[in-house]
Design a protein around this ligand. Structure first.
Ligand SMILES: Nc1ncnc2c1ncn2[C@@H]1O[C@H](COP(=O)(O)OP(=O)(O)OP(=O)(O)O)[C@@H](O)[C@H]1O
Ligand SMILES: [Mg+2]
Length: 402
């Protein structure tokens, strides 16, 4: 028997109302962490299920898509009693209004072949611009529309599209985390305590901020940030761990090719999780991605000033002591980021490492003139990355013999 669609009354937050009322073909909700972006995107997507045609929901990675973005959408379908079939093998949901394709922006070429009436993209600032361009090319139906929801990441392509290329078609609304009455009272104050004013302007108030004095301004999409590929089994592998509980615990995976170039190919980035669970997830990553082969690591480097090292070893992950000199490490990283005569740097990041990419774009010197010490915020993946570079390059590199 056909289900009857249940109507529910929601109260939109102030910024959500403004985006809803904004009459633009392509519109964006630019907001701080927890400002209600994903909730609104999923709610807006449900509004599109009115017979206009197929739609698409996109997240920066499959992991985010499954854990957060599509989940919120499916929760709304259930809440409204909307009849649907989730065809997991084909990553799509079938409704009486057409298909809703569930996609990751990691592989933009897989967006081709669809003919869309609408699309919602979550955390779009973490996509590469190529994914958005392909998406625009898929929005073919008359009156097709798109919604982007994202926290900004500096003046990247999202800013260019929305502000610099402002046109009849693009429009956006900025929303602050402070306006979300559904969050715990302490949430914003805990973020404010942890962030500098500049970082808070981006992460809480959703403002486009120029992070002057970036430590790694040379990082470029398409040069250092590359599409993922299968790592050959004979490349040396490393892991780098930066411990955290309230701050994120980060594990990065890297492989070194026969020319000594480093490819950061996977990240595990998670707060408020027990070490036993981190260990389980880190080990599981190898099993599902590398199938039968037992992956051997030349080294797993970590910060040895912490007691967590012993506990992690008891859960099956033995680490070696990271060489922690920040200034030496940054110099080594910068030497690898420099583009060589062949047009390539000596260090790359897979585009799927969204948290690492975000840190690369906001990691700054505490004094932009002196450039001797970075600000200790949003530096977790940056530390894990440096540990790996220091391990790969070994103690001899950079030592001057006098
Ligand atoms: N209009 C609303 N009505 C009820 N609850 C809402 C509304 N908007 C947001 N929320 C709730 O506020 C919380 C944060 O919302 P959401 O996860 O959408 O924020 P976000 O901006 O996507 O966060 P993040 O930056 O972590 O991705 C969630 O618990 C969500 O259910
Ligand atoms: Mg969200």
């Amino acid at each position: 028997m056909a289900k009857t669609r249940r109507s529910i009354t929601y109260r939109l937050l102030p910024a959500q109302t403004k985006v809803y009322l904004l009459e633009k073909k392509y519109k964006a909700f630019i907001g701080g962490i927890g400002s209600g972006k994903t909730w609104f995107g999923a709610w807006w997507s449900v509004q599109q299920l009115n017979g206009v045609g197929d739609g698409m929901i996109l997240a920066p990675t499959y992991r985010m898509l499954e854990d957060v973005t599509q989940r919120q959408f499916i929760d709304f379908l259930d809440a409204h009693n909307i009849q649907y079939v989730h065809e997991t093998g084909k990553s799509r949901v079938r409704t009486s209004s057409g298909y809703v394709f569930l996609r990751s922006a990691e592989h933009p070429e897989r967006l081709r072949g669809t003919n869309l009436a609408w699309a919602w993209g979550d955390e779009a600032a973490l996509w590469r611009v190529g994914a958005f361009k392909i998406l625009l090319g898929r929005l073919r139906k008359n009156d097709a529309r798109a919604l982007l929801t994202t926290t900004p990441a500096g003046f990247n392509w999202v800013y260019e599209y929305l502000e610099e290329l402002q046109s009849e078609q693009f429009g956006y609304v900025i929303g602050s985390t402070r306006e979300n009455v559904h969050l715990d009272n302490e949430f914003v104050s805990s973020l404010e305590e942890a962030y500098t004013a500049e970082y808070a302007a981006q992460e809480i108030d959703g403002q486009f901020v120029a992070f002057e004095g970036l430590v790694y301004p040379e990082v470029r999409d398409g040069v250092h940030i590359i599409e993922p590929f299968d790592i050959p089994s004979d490349w040396r592998r490393y892991r780098g761990i930066d411990f955290g509980f309230v701050n994120p615990f980060v594990c990065l995976w890297a492989a070194v090719d026969h020319d000594g170039r480093i490819y950061f190919y996977r990240e595990h980035y998670k707060t408020k999780t027990l070490l036993v669970d981190h260990a389980r997830m880190i080990k599981a990553a190898d099993v599902c991605n590398d199938q039968r082969d037992v992956v051997r690591y030349s080294q797993t480097v970590a910060d040895h000033d912490t007691q967590d090292v012993a506990e992690l070893r008891s859960h099956g992950i033995a680490t070696t002591k990271a060489r922690k000199s920040v200034s030496v490490g940054i110099q080594k990283v910068k030497a690898r980021l420099a583009v060589q005569a062949d047009g390539k740097p000596r260090m790359f990041f897979f585009s799927s490492l969204v948290h690492t990419r975000k840190e690369l774009r906001s990691y700054r010197w505490s004094d932009k003139a002196l450039k001797d010490e970075p600000i200790k915020e949003s530096d977790h993946a940056m530390d894990a990355m440096r540990y790996i570079v220091m391990a790969v390059d070994g103690p001899k590199v950079g030592v001057r013999i006098v």
